[in-house]
Design a protein around this ligand. Structure first.
Ligand SMILES: O=P(O)(O)OC[C@H]1O[C@](O)(COP(=O)(O)O)[C@@H](O)[C@@H]1O
Ligand SMILES: [Mg+2]
Ligand SMILES: [Mg+2]
Length: 343
């Protein structure tokens, strides 16, 4: 029988590195502990998701988040679970969440760590009540060691400086997907054992695809390069691409990205002209950066259409961004269409 590798063991081996017991690996012990706590929090959220109506977790809460979106009960529950699990462990300086206006500094009564944790506690909120896959997305940065206290400014680092990123998808299976900068690994939750078990390593996104994911109802609002790309896909075999394309849109970024990491594809949430001043719908710090890094680590490309997502220097915690990510050759084509349009 092949040996099962738990997330804990995988992380300890990463910490030790290739020299084994005496070695120095790719992740420090504090980062390992932090990732284990995040995984534990995801396990609790998964349990709440599974209970659904029985656990009283469905439906809207009576509040709005900082982006003016009506919060679901699960948005709030997942946010609280992540904060409570992470605040006392001593590995964090502060947290930031899609559901909170400002940063959450670790209270003085707990030891302070050097890491910053960002999360979208519940991604795909419109799917919670209809029993469709949803998830949690997270990203980890290092605090400036020279700074005496932690502030929002510490979080405003480009995605290329992430030290860990991942998501947990709550679907037919609960799967945690992780990168610490040396490839992408997937861990499936074994509910009987209560642990995440390594089920795929060295995840690779195929360079080519015939499957796109975009909210087609926004088509009339898109910029010409995005419209050109999708029009050509829709023309299929008879059009310039000479092949038929399939479409999928789950409306949970975690689920759409998980499909792309599993079998390839291109995902787009582009800028559109309804609110020209708003770069896009998705959030840079909680959605685009972690997903962009995972996709790059699996051999794909993540762009706004005009620049690499991971190179963007954030100016605001809740900054929005246009997102085009997935199979290398398709994303590069969309980038080329943008360049040709402005040339
Ligand atoms: O409802 P639309 O326009 O299809 O948007 C779906 C997109 O919005 C999101 O649900 C936004 O995330 P939240 O649920 O965390 O706000 C993405 O996961 C998804 O890709
Ligand atoms: Mg989201
Ligand atoms: Mg969310």
């Amino acid at each position: 029988m092949t040996q099962r590798i738990s997330l804990t063991r995988y992380l300890i081996e990463k910490q030790r590195g290739s020299q084994g017991a005496s070695g120095q690996g790719t992740i420090p012990p504090q980062l390992r502990l932090l990732l284990e706590v995040v995984a534990r929090a995801c396990k609790s959220i998964s349990l709440a998701v599974t209970k659904g109506a029985l656990g009283g977790v469905l439906g809207a809460a009576e509040s709005e988040n900082v982006q003016g979106e009506i919060q679901k009960k699960l948005d709030i529950i997942a946010n609280e679970v992540l904060i409570e699990a992470n605040e006392w462990g001593g590995h964090l300086a502060a947290m930031a969440s899609e559901e909170m206006e400002g940063i959450y500094t670790v209270p003085n009564r707990y030891p302070q760590g050097e890491y910053l944790l960002m999360f979208d506690p519940l991604d795909g909120s419109s799917n919670i009540d209809v029993n469709v896959s949803i998830g949690t997305i997270f990203s980890v940065l290092l605090k400036d060691p020279e700074g005496p206290t932690v502030s929002e400014q510490d979080f405003l680092q480009a995605g290329s400086r992430q030290v860990a990123a991942g998501y947990c998808i709550y679907g037919p299976q609960t799967t945690l997907v992780l990168t610490v900068g040396d490839g992408v690994a997937m861990f499936t939750l074994d509910r009987e054992q209560g642990s995440f078990v390594l089920t795929q390593e060295n995840v690779r996104v195929p360079e080519d695809t015939q499957e796109f994911a975009v909210n087609m109802s926004n088509m009339r609002h898109w910029a010409p390069p995005v419209k050109r790309y999708i029009d050509e896909c829709l023309e299929g075999k008879e059009g310039p691409r000479g092949k038929d394309f399939n479409m999928r849109w789950i409306a949970s970024m975690v689920a759409d990205v998980h499909r792309i990491l599993t079998r390839g594809g291109i995902f787009m949430y582009p800028w559109d002209k309804r609110e020209p001043g708003k770069p896009g719908k998705l959030r840079l710090m909680y959605e685009a950066n972690p997903m962009g890094w995972l996709i790059e680590q699996a051999g794909g490309v993540a762009s706004t259409g005009t620049e690499r997502i991971l190179d963007i220097q954030p100016t605001q915690l809740h900054q929005r961004v246009s997102v085009v990510l997935g199979s290398k050759n398709e994303v590069e084509r969309v980038v080329r269409y943008h360049a040709e349009h402005t040339a």
